[in-house]
Design a protein around this ligand. Structure first.
Ligand code: NCD
Length: 304
């Protein structure tokens, strides 16, 4: 059904709904004593990670294994990449070995797209530069729909470092496709340049936005991507933009708090909020496996 999964831009309402519905079916597998189904037996999935990752890599690995695929884990550290091998040569090597799908994370925006030109394998983007992270958006949509029963018509506030965030770019596209209203919240220095083209509202006053918010989605302050000083200090950021229990108390009663991880506890979110009753952060991680199973199945399932 899906050929390559590069960007949320490529998925319309029907395609997103199919991924989420298929993931519902797979989510029960995690509750069984034997957490495996044979649908991708004999298929090979390679995780090609040029950038550090904890949950995305493990989640893709578990997803492929629970579908009975064979999994290869390639990380740039410890491979011939450290001897200067190019992405193209690595891709051609994997092509020659006959892998069926490549899950790629790369610091260069557009690397997954480029990969599709060199290999016959299906390509899944697991995060490219500041550009896209489609499976994160899909697992977030799944988590919202599961808890609140719908996505359409919800008010979603995406707060923090939008400028450096591939998660924000993918999630906002997915939310708008599914009919939610989105407000980007954060300091002007962390808003992207052409933010008016995003189709969202923008606010620089988090306290004004919270009482009207159904889903509060916090972004990590991405220090590793910051070449300059975007705000005075972490303490200052936490005071003006950080979400603590006083701010959470101003949300409507059923509102949920989400974060893609890794979190900077004490900066964009306090520990009590991260672990609190409104937080779906652990659910996001759990749901990520079912959603990635769904993507792999929809891309590789069926006849070989
Ligand atoms: C994000 C990423 O790497 O894009 N994390 C993730 O995949 N769960 C977000 C981040 O690094 O802040």
């Amino acid at each position: 059904m899906i050929s390559d999964l590069l960007s949320m831009e490529d998925l319309d309402t029907a395609a997103i709904t199919t991924v989420l519905d298929t993931a519902e079916g797979f989510s029960d597998i995690a509750l069984r004593p034997i957490k495996k189904v044979p649908v991708l037996r004999g298929r090979t999935v390679c995780n090609l990670f040029y950038e550090d990752s904890t949950r995305t890599r493990i989640s893709f690995e578990l997803a492929a294994k629970r579908l009975s695929a064979d999994v290869l884990n390639f990380s740039a550290k410890g491979s011939s990449v450290s001897k200067g091998e190019s992405l193209k040569d690595t891709a051609l090597t994997l092509q020659a070995m006959g892998v069926d799908a490549i899950v790629i994370r790369h610091s260069a925006s557009g690397a997954p797209q480029q990969l599709t030109r060199w290999v016959d394998a299906k390509v899944l983007n697991a995060g490219d530069g500041w550009h896209q992270h489609p499976t994160q958006a899909l697992l977030d949509l799944f988590t919202i729909r599961r808890r609140l029963g719908r996505i359409e018509g919800l008010n979603v506030a995406v707060c923090g470092d939008v400028y450096h965030s591939r998660v924000a770019r993918s999630l906002v596209q997915g939310l708008l496709t599914m009919g939610a209203q989105v407000t980007l919240v954060g300091p002007p220095t962390l808003m992207p340049a052409c933010v008016e083209t995003w189709g969202t509202a923008v606010s620089h006053d988090i306290d004004a936005v919270l009482p009207k918010t159904d889903v509060l989605y916090l972004l990590r302050v991405q220090r590793e991507r910051m070449a300059q000083q975007f705000f005075p200090s972490s303490r200052e950021y936490a005071r003006i933009w950080g979400v603590d229990r006083h701010r959470v108390a101003t949300l409507p009663e059923d509102a949920i708090v989400m974060h893609p991880g890794p979190m900077n506890r004490g900066v964009e979110i306090t520990a009590d909020v991260a672990d609190g009753a409104n937080s779906l952060i652990a659910d996001q991680v759990t749901n990520g496996i079912a959603v990635r199973m769904s993507c792999l199945y929809l891309m590789l399932g069926g006849d070989a």
